[in-house]
Design a protein around this ligand. Sequence first.
Ligand code: GDP
Ligand code: IMO
Ligand code: MG
Length: 432
Amino acid sequence: MANVVVVGAQWGDEGKGKIVDWLSLEADVVVRFQGGHNAGHTLVIGNQTYKLALLPSGIVRPGKLSVIGNGVVLDPHHLVDEIAKLAGQGIEVSPANLKIAENVTLILSLHRELDAHREQASTDAVKIGTTKRGIGPAYEDKVGRRAIRLMDLAELDTLDEKIARLLAHHEPLRRGLGLEPVTAQTIRDELTCVAPKVLPFMDTTWDLLETARRDGKRILFEGAQGALLDVDHGTYPFVTSSNTVAANAATGSGLGPKAIGYVLGIAKAYTTRVGGGPFPTELTDKTGELIGDRGHEFGTNTGRRRRCGWFDAVLVRQAVKTSGIDGIALTKLDILDGFEEIKVCVNYKLDGAFIDHLPASQAAQARIEPVYETIEGWEGTTAGARSWADLPAQAIKYVRRIEELIEAPVALLSTSPERLDTILVHNPFQDR
Ligand code: GDP
Ligand code: IMO
Ligand code: MG
């Protein structure tokens, strides 16, 4: 029985939350391993909609253990708010069903301020369009070896020293940027007031996960963002500040690479992106607008309208390779219902020559032109289909063509936001 990693194969918002929720029925533990509350995962279960940013999507199922791994950056105040919001929807989050890595890096108010300031100060051409939630600055402090981590809240006598080390970096930086000075007392207060609320969740999660693995429990790793937002493999610098590819599921949860098992990539039947950066198949015309309206393509966290375009097989094929994807869950096929023609990008042209991958150079990425194949649309509807037999023949052709182009099979198909409107082709947990 394999463990399963779910990762985005595009620029995020592929429907990871829905698929993780669906798969978590068969899992014992659901683990977030990177990113923070920049993620926005929407689950629709009957007449309830849950919007999660930081908590693993398994949290809504009773009896499942959720883990926030060491690779995440955690805003403790946001965590408390998200738990309270879920309580209002009847979901109980307690130390019995949520464990947080003791060595997780904390996001502080000065990270959010720095993130927002940099965004506001950037010109449109270089603006990344971050979620302004402090993700990038928190990861900077982590690799800069000056972060405050969850366990530090349990050692209050050493906190002042750690805050001083952090401020030795941030004070001159803030002065240079014209930001108000921040005092050690402010940071200390924001941490000490939240400590009693988050410390009960703290655990040695690498050990707990290894024990679960040895006991034959099924672990589902939940990725946030997508392969093209990966800090190494994405459209740098228009990326997030963590590794979003599947291999990071091991590092970000404290397990070895063999724990990963089956890699399930999630891709939409078209492409979207929020924020700045290159987007070869972007449609800035009525068709793009139509896809956005039909697909309700608005950021879960920021409410920003997502940029929309045709399916880009070059990008997803690259994600299949950089994440070692075994199979794909293709989502939002229903949004393409009723289109007479659908285009798929099969190749790029760069300075007159064909290329089969996204070049690493920022300047080259901005110059590439998509090469399209046109596929006939389908009459009838895929919306709400729950079996392969319910799909129009032409929709099946579209799916089959995508499989060929991305060099990976479709393991799951999603045909609406609702949990049960999902077609299982191959169960990832039963891969070996
Ligand atoms: P995530 O960040 O990858 O979890 O994706 P988001 O939740 O941010 O965005 C995906 C959106 O599409 C959510 O509003 C989902 O409810 C919705 N969704 C997921 N799968 C499908 C599908 O197959 N069809 C339709 N119409 N909507 C879907
Ligand atoms: P989920 O998990 C889509 C984008 C932001 C911005 C860039 C950097 O819901 O798929 P950051 O705040 O991370 O420093 O912003 O990354 N971004 C996402 N786009 N879905 C997400 O998460 C995203 N998380 C970050 O829009 O372009
Ligand atoms: Mg999202």
